[in-house]
Structures are given as C-alpha cells and as structure tokens.
Design a protein around this ligand. Structure first.
Ligand code: UD1
Length: 350
C-alpha cells in the first residue's frame, strides 16, 4: 500500500513525526512525504524535520506565501501533479491549514482516498480560515481521526460518524518524546511567561495588535514573545515595537525550545490551538487571547482561560488552577499514530 503524507506548515510537522516513527514497522506500507512549502523559513520548517527525525520529503512544492486563494490554488495544482505521478492508495492530511484543504481536494477529485488526522475540531467561528478548511476537509475525506470526544461529537453532529474513528491525539506522542529529552537537560530558572501571537484576527489589525502588545508589556512577570513571521511583518508595517516594558520579542522557538520554555514557565499566553494543549499537558496555566477554543476540555479546572481582552493579566490568575481537575486522557492513550495506521490498513468503505 502506498501512502503519502502532505504537510506544509509548522504544526503539521509536529503531527507528522509520530506517524513517521511508527509507519516503518509496517512493511506492507510504502510511506512518502510531500511538503507544499507553505512554511519555508528554516526556523518554521527544516528545524522541525531535523529535531523530530522526520525523513526528507520526496518533493517540496515551494508554494510559499500568498493570499488564501493564491496559496490554496498553487497547492491544488502542485499536489495534483505529484499524485498523478506517484499514484498513492491513500493520502494523509493533518490539521486545518491551506495545505490540508488543497491536498484533500486535489486527492479526492482524483479518486485517491483521504484520511484526516486531527479531524472534527470546530471553533464555531467561520471568520477563521482554518474553520472553513476543517469543515470542507472533514466532509470530503474517507477516514476521519478526531483526537478527542468533543471533536468526535462535532463529526456526529455533522452526520459524519460512520467515517470517524476516535484515536486520540498524535501530538501527545511528539510531546512525550520531546519532554523526555528536555528533562535530561538543565532547565532555565528565571520566572517568565511563554507567549505567542500569530492568528490573523490578532495580528492583521493595527489597533488590536497595539492593544495586545501594550497590555503584555505591562505584565508584572516578564514575558518572552516567540515571534511568528506574520507577527513581525505586521508589527513593522504598523510601526509597533514588540520589545517594550516587560515584554521581550525573541525568534520563533524550535520544538525542543518550546517544550523547555513551557515546562520552565510560570504560565502561557497564546492564540495558538496547539500551544493551549501543550500548556495543559505540561500542567501550566494558559491565557488564550481568543473568544473560543477548539479544545474545550482544557477549560476544566481553570487551566485554560479565554481572555481576548487580557483582563486576567493584572491579576494573580496563575495560581488559580484546580490541580485536582486535570486529566490528559481526553487526548487518548498515546497510541494515536498506531491506531491511525491500522485503521487505514484495515479500511473497508461504509
Ligand atoms: C498557518 C495556518 C495556521 C497555523 C499556522 C502555524 C492557514 C490558513 N493557517 O498560518 O492554521 O496555525 O500556519 O504557523 O494555513 N511567513 C514567512 N515564512 C514562513 C511562513 C510564513 O515569512 O516560513 C510569513 C509570510 O509573510 C506569510 C505569513 O507569514 O504571508 C503567514 O503565513 P501563512 O502560512 O500564510 O499562514 P500562517 O499565519 O503561518
């Protein structure tokens, strides 16, 4: 059986890693990687392949940046050409980026089966490009792998239960792997908050970005802001300095650095879906600068708080979590990659 994983952006490399580590054990599967090139900076791409031992992609389509239509259209064309040449039985797509939707559409129209890793996530906010991508990808895919009961239930609501196999979250495997490595090293000891901002709704409007940066700069505890290229570009365009008061802008974190910094932090402030989950699994309180979350389970025990206006920042909220109300099991048992591969091998159409 020939299986191709299509990835393009940073969070997808983290989800791809455990599939790569495990799939070699199945001699009946020939697995290849197609990189769309949606993310091309070394810090956002190559570094993750290296530190997570992901094999070199067979090809990189070098799509790069663009408007949503331009980027998705280039991915569609590039992926179609690749699939026509390589003729896989299955493609695996990950998460909710423009690479996910481009690959899923190209594949399904060629009659090649699509499996979606991290299916069923919904924010209920259709202004997010990722939400549109999720809905379309889930509806055209042949197999859906929701990471949690909440995401499985979203698929049931949309009538997709027959294609849905709840397997747990592959990111648990990647995080556990890196946590073991990180804990063999000395951890930083200074008190600080780990922060990221990259969502369009927080970066692309001057008044919103200025508000967030001004609020963060007034934090009592120092904040390290790990910058995404979109944030840097927008801050430059708007003339906003990202290093100010108690806020310090630092380059994007590698995965090793991300896990190190979160483990040794006081808490996390983010608008990323993945980082909310990583903070929860590493038992760090998290402020999410958004109105909604795709990971409602992280709100239990006050581990994660939705706070788009950063009202909690001035308070002593870090110590407000309920240590007794924490369970990593909502993301499965750490065997998601195995279950995904075996579901594909044993697939029979419904
Ligand atoms: C994409 C995903 C988002 C995911 C995020 C992780 C979509 C719609 N969004 O958002 O769900 O959480 O990746 O990072 O696919 N840029 C660079 N170098 C790079 C990559 C991007 O400079 O290697 C700059 C470009 O100027 C680009 C901007 O960042 O215009 C945004 O990049 P893009 O890939 O379009 O979206 P992300 O914001 O990264």
């Amino acid at each position: 059986m020939r299986v191709i994983s299509v990835v393009g952006a940073r969070p997808q490399f983290i989800k791809l890693a455990p599939i790569c580590w495990r799939i070699n054990q199945y001699t009946e599967i020939d697995h290849e990687i197609l990189h769309t090139g949606q993310h091309y900076d070394e810090a956002l791409s190559k570094q993750f392949f290296q530190e997570l031992n992901i094999p070199e992609p067979t090809e990189n389509l070098l799509i790069g940046s663009g408007t949503h239509a331009e980027q998705t259209a280039k991915i569609l064309i590039g992926v179609e050409k690749f699939l026509l040449h390589h003729k896989p039985d299955w493609i695996l797509v990950y998460g909710d980026t423009n690479s996910t939707i481009g690959a899923a559409l190209a594949s399904t129209k060629l009659g090649i089966k699509v499996a979606h890793v991290e299916a069923g996530l919904r924010s209920g906010n259709k202004k997010m490009p990722e939400e549109i991508n999720r809905i379309i990808v889930d509806h055209v895919s042949d197999l859906l792998f929701p990471p949690s009961l909440a995401s499985h239930n979203n698929l049931i609501t949309e009538g997709l239960q027959q294609k849905s196999k709840i397997v747990g979250d592959v990111m648990v495997e990647t995080l556990n792997y890196m946590k073991t490595i990180v804990l063999q090293n000395n951890l930083p000891t200074e008190l600080k908050i780990f922060a990221t901002i990259h969502r369009a709704e927080n970066t692309d409007e001057k008044s919103r970005l200025k508000f967030l940066i001004d609020s963060l700069s007034k934090s009592k505890i120092p904040i390290n802001l790990f910058t995404h290229p979109r944030l840097i570009r927008k801050a430059q365009e708007f003339g906003i300095s990202l290093t100010k008061g108690n806020l310090r802008a630092v380059p994007p974190a590698s995965y090793f650095q991300l896990v190190t910094e979160i483990i040794s932090s006081t808490g996390v402030i983010t608008d990323s879906g993945g980082i909310q989950k990583e903070a929860y699994l590493l038992q760090k309180p998290c402020i999410t600068m958004r109105n909604e979350t795709e990971w409602p389970e992280t709100l239990n025990g006050r581990w994660n708080k939705l706070d788009p206006e950063l009202e909690l920042l001035g308070r002593n909220w870090w110590f407000d979590v309920n240590q007794n109300d924490h369970s990593a099991y909502f993301l499965g048992d750490g065997l998601a990659s195995k279950k995904i591969i075996e579901n594909i091998l044993n697939y029979s159409p419904v």
